[in-house]
Design a protein around this ligand. Structure first.
Ligand code: ATP
Length: 341
């Protein structure tokens, strides 16, 4: 049975549908990332699960119980916000324990949970400090501490790493994932960062304009994107998606049977294109050297493409290259609907 289950959940603010008929299940102990561009409804979906917003349609179940109309405190969820929501006048210990005091958890039990959480998070020496005396990463840990001591089966996180620098984000990403596994907690993690979603999550729910665009494992989204939108959102640099006719007769012959190549788009990832003398001709427009590899920008029949090649490459603007790829790395989409064929 799913720990968290959304069934046709909707939320309108006035006439605007922030979330439209969203359905997905999260298995117990799984980490699911809610991924999507700004404004697609990720935070609203999370707030609906937490009970911080009320639904305008659909049902939410947690641990098999219908909580659609339950108060936040009755849902068995903890939540970590982007802003951390720490109280500046309280110490680290008081901030971590705040929710437990409100819920009248006995003092001895509170002390036990504080010691355990502080130990896990490396905060034992900092318990008497105020948030202003902590680094960003330490403040983040305090916010995590609050979620840990709550000991709820479900933890909701809303872009918890967005205030940290790149290096710290990477460390905390691993730390949160490790913590989630170790505690066996079910986690729903909101992010607009596809790398974060792909590296942390068991499954990804990709949202677009209030609806679920695709729900699957990171591998499924990468290998079999259901739409052009998913194809371009997952992977860096994004998948090249161009009119199939740009590649000429060679590709048109491989188009799905019965389809007019003029109605199709072809997608190939930059890392799946290879330079080959007898490949399809393209003209180089620029080369970006990244160290381990280089990104070659080229044009085929006026369509821009990016090719990732290993190491440094001696190519310059205006040069002609040949490109090829394995057919199991090509993706055909209906250009009009954006759907995979
Ligand atoms: P971001 O990553 O920028 O936070 P998001 O994917 O989390 O974006 P939401 O914050 O869920 O998106 O917002 C979805 C849509 O609902 C947006 O168009 C937003 O303007 C709108 N919205 C969110 N909260 C409210 C509100 N309280 N009142 C009116 N509109 C809202």
């Amino acid at each position: 049975m799913a720990e968290v289950s959304l069934d046709g959940v909707s939320k309108a603010f006035g006439t605007q549908n922030a979330v439209s008929a969203v359905s997905f299940d999260v298995a117990p102990g799984h980490l699911v990332a809610l991924l999507g561009p700004s404004g697609c409804g990720k935070s609203t979906t999370l707030r609906l699960i937490a009970g911080l917003e009320s639904t305008t349609g659909g049902a939410i179940r947690i641990g098999g119980r219908d909580v659609t109309h339950a108060a936040p405190a009755e849902r068995g969820v903890s939540m970590v916000f982007q802003s951390y929501a720490l109280f500046p006048h309280l110490t680290v210990a008081q901030n971590i324990l705040f929710g437990l005091e409100v819920r009248k958890v006995p003092k001895a039990e509170r002390a036990k949970r504080l010691e355990k959480a502080a130990g896990i998070l490396g905060l034992s020496q900092l318990l008497d400090r105020k948030p202003s005396q902590l680094s960003g990463g330490q403040q983040q840990r305090v916010a995590l501490g609050r979620a840990i001591v709550a000991e709820t089966p479900v933890c909701l996180m809303d872009e918890p790493l967005s205030n940290l620098d790149a290096q710290l984000r990477l460390e905390m990403r691993r730390e949160i994932r490790g913590l989630q596994r170790r505690l066996g907690v079910t986690m729903i993690y909101v992010t607009h960062d596809q790398v974060e979603a792909m590296t942390m999550a068991d499954r990804v729910v990709l949202m677009r304009a209030g609806h679920v665009e695709q729900h699957g494992t990171p591998e499924e989204l990468y290998n079999r994107p259901a739409t052009i939108f998913t194809a371009r959102f997952v992977g860096t640099p994004p998948m090249n998606v161009v009119p199939a006719t740009a590649f000429g007769a060679r590709v048109a012959a491989r188009a799905p049977a019965g389809r007019d190549p003029a109605s199709l788009s072809l997608g190939v990832r930059p890392e799946h294109l290879r330079l080959a003398d007898d490949g399809i001709h393209a003209t180089v427009t620029s080369v970006e050297y990244l160290g381990a590899d280089s990104l070659v920008e080229a044009r085929i029949a006026d369509q821009p493409l990016i090719v990732r090649v290993p190491g440094k490459i001696g190519l310059g603007e205006g040069q002609t290259i040949g490109l090829e790829w394995d057919s199991d790395h090509e993706h055909f989409f209906d250009t009009a609907t954006g759907k995979r064929l």
